[in-house]
Design a protein. Sequence first.
Lengths: 237, 292
Amino acid sequence: MTAMLNVKDLRAYYGQVQALHGLDFGLNEGSMTTLLGANGAGKTTTLRAICNMVRSTGAIEFDGAPLAGRSTENIVRLGIAHVPQGRGTFTTMTVEENLQLGAITRQDKGGVVSDIEKMYDHFPVLKERHTQQAGTLSGGEQQMLAVARALMLRPRLMLLDEPSFGLAPLIVRDLFKILGKINREDKVTILVVEQNAQLALELADKAYVIETGRIVMSGSAAEIANNEDVRKSYLGY
Amino acid sequence: MELFTNQILAGIATGAIYACMALAVVMIYQAIDHLNFAQGEMAMFSTFVSWQLMQWGVPYWGAFVLTLIFSFAGGIAIERLLFKPLAKAPILTNVAGFIALYAIINSVAGLIWDFTIKQYPTPFGSSPFLGSQLISTHQAGMIGVTLLLLLALFFFFRFTRMGLAMRAAASLPESARLVGINTSWMIALGWGMAAAIGSIAGMMIAPVVFLEPNMMLGVLIYGFAAAVLGGLTSPFGAVVGGFLMGIFENLVGTYIPGVGNELKLPIALALIVTVLVVKPAGLFGRPIVKRV
């Protein structure tokens, strides 16, 4: 299987500070991959580098085409949806407007309308609140909205930055169930950055562990979950 | 009583112009977080262009539309050439850019059309409106044109995709890019629209203040006051602020002895300072909280 996203020797910088020190990894089409690591390891930076939101060097290829030199919005238009840390909700706009914004690059009006209905099926709470200002939603609801907004792009690849952050454990379970469904049924390739390693490893096919800007371990999710070091550092048993 | 009603109506008419200027200022402020000190000069230049077109024999409404197009393109050009390169520059660099733009446009207009005061036509005439002595047809026309403009803008921002994209780009640029919006062009578009709105204000007020390169100075200060009063983060507030400023200006000038025409401007400035001290976010603005 050839990789859908191929990353080679990725280095990223914040001003003078180097945050990533040469990452190599690939994502297979239709897979769900998780990126684990402690705070400040470089997980968020990796996602941001893929979308050209931070200065970086190295090669990133999507479907064999290099992403270098493309602006963030042009990368998104290729079908890469990024749910950023903090969710990026347009808080002053309504829930429905947020969903419309997710599909703003699409030309098929009818498809957008039916996709909004589909999102309301996935996330019934969003339907209840579709005229409400998005800023008035709870944290969990806003995370649902962020995922739904990303799906409105009909992405081929979805990057999620700590979707469980700040959510109650039950809501996190729901959210991951939905992510698994999206991955299986809609064939969306997913790369998810998580602190909640246990849950992420249950769902993912493949996992990478990153420490201070370097990949220190990679393998199938099951292998990583059974690894002694990982268990001690990230799973806590 | 008739004097009072008369002053209120005249206030609403000039207030309409302040509302347009305030709206133009707020649109650019929303997009790039800077006050456009040259907004008035851009409007003045556009008004001169329309005057020139009429001198060449173009009928009023033809010149009006051509000027709108010219202003829209001009606003975009200014953003692309001057302020896009300054996007990441410090505040003071931008302020210097605005002041330079102000000075350049003002002198160029003086150079082309000189500084003598010119008559500017009104398409509405200046007879009493509907036979009433309270308001002239031109004042009624000013209010009418402004209301049409506001309605059009409301529909654009509320119900079109482009309007939605522009709002998104102004409120959260990073998230907007992540849904695929080209925020840089949205800013340019905002400049074009602000310039066009300003040109309408210029063409509507020119028959009242007469056409000359410094005609918009007072108007812009009132526009700023209106924007601050209504809240720099709220287009709706800017419009309300504009009408309030117009009425306030007229009532103060009429009823407070010793103010007259000469002291009206300092009163606008005093109002700006008062609002900034008492309620910095303005009447309808959101307080800006920054995480540090």
